[in-house]
Design a protein around this ligand. Structure first.
Ligand SMILES: Nc1ncnc2c1ncn2[C@@H]1O[C@H](COP(=O)(O)OP(=O)(O)OP(=O)(O)O)[C@@H](O)[C@H]1O
Length: 258
């Protein structure tokens, strides 16, 4: 689906069919500061610098079209951080993230947001749905941000909800839906812009086994014509991956067939 006007600053959609990676992180390091630095005066007064956390250290990974890549590793190993960098939600402290042909560092914040809105769908563990809106309005939200007209938004959101088996729930609010249904609404929302890359952080973490299985089936369908990266502690979730990247203490310790 073409959602953009010709004035759009960045549109890499044409290269979707390229065999080159959808997204590539090269030697990325991400350092977070815990708390705030003392400033010049604080330093003069001998206040200590805020501690720094190396959430990722020199990590390199490529994600290709059509593949599901699982991120595995203990809590705090850097999975969410890597997902955030691949999704363009944050920039690395060092190293580069290249989305198709675009080095994300070269974009303005506005361009990066636009690229993410158009090309990346994100699914969170806790669904992140707006409680006061219907399922259809939740799914349509990214299209509102992209300036798509109301009729087209409704059509597209309804189509996506039908695709995830919720055609009879379009008017329900999140509180009137089961956990699995809410997660399927979140998946429909992630797909509504027809993204090239879908990022999922613990997508089955809140679901029982049976419901989780249905959500995973949906991810397997999604991956047929795009790339999916999902972080999980859960073995059945990782089992749908074509490849598993294993993280420990912010470094990649393995990258191979699942
Ligand atoms: N915004 C932040 N500010 C400060 N430290 C952070 C921030 N985000 C992550 N960290 C730290 O970076 C490290 C990696 O965190 P990350 O969330 O990437 O790990 P994870 O593997 O996803 O963990 P989990 O499985 O528990 O979600 C942790 O030590 C975490 O506390």
């Amino acid at each position: 689906m073409m959602l953009l006007s010709s004035a759009t600053p960045v549109d890499t959609r044409e290269s979707v069919t390229d065999p080159s990676p959808v997204v590539r992180a090269a030697d990325v390091t991400k350092v977070y500061t815990r708390g705030s630095d003392p400033g010049r005066l604080g330093k003069l007064l001998g206040r200590p610098e805020a501690p720094r956390v190396h959430a990722l250290k020199n990590a390199s990974v490529s994600i290709n079209p059509g593949e599901i890549v699982g991120l595995a590793g203990p809590s705090g190993s850097g999975k969410s951080t890597l997902l955030h960098l691949l999704a363009g939600l944050e920039l690395p402290t060092e190293g580069t993230v290249t989305f198709q042909e675009t080095d994300l560092e070269t974009l303005s914040t506005r361009q990066r947001t636009r690229l993410r809105l158009e090309h990346v769908g994100i699914v969170f563990q806790h669904f992140h749905l707006v409680g006061s809106l219907s399922a259809r309005a939740n799914v349509a939200l990214p299209l509102v941000e992209l300036g798509v007209g109301k009729r087209k938004r409704r059509e597209r959101a309804t189509e996506l909800l039908e695709r995830v088996g919720l055609g009879d729930r379009v008017g329900h609010r999140p509180g009137e839906l089961s956990g699995g249904e809410q997660q399927r609404v979140a998946i429909a929302r992630a797909l509504v812009t027809d993204p090239t890359l879908v990022i999922a952080d613990e997508p089955t973490g809140e679901l029982d086994t049976e419901t989780g299985r249905r959500v995973l089936d949906e991810f397997e369908r999604i991956a047929a014509d795009r790339a999916v990266v999902l972080a999980s502690h859960d073995q059945p979730t990782l089992a749908i991956s074509d490849r598993i990247v294993r993280l420990k203490d912010g470094t990649i310790r393995g990258d191979g067939d699942a």
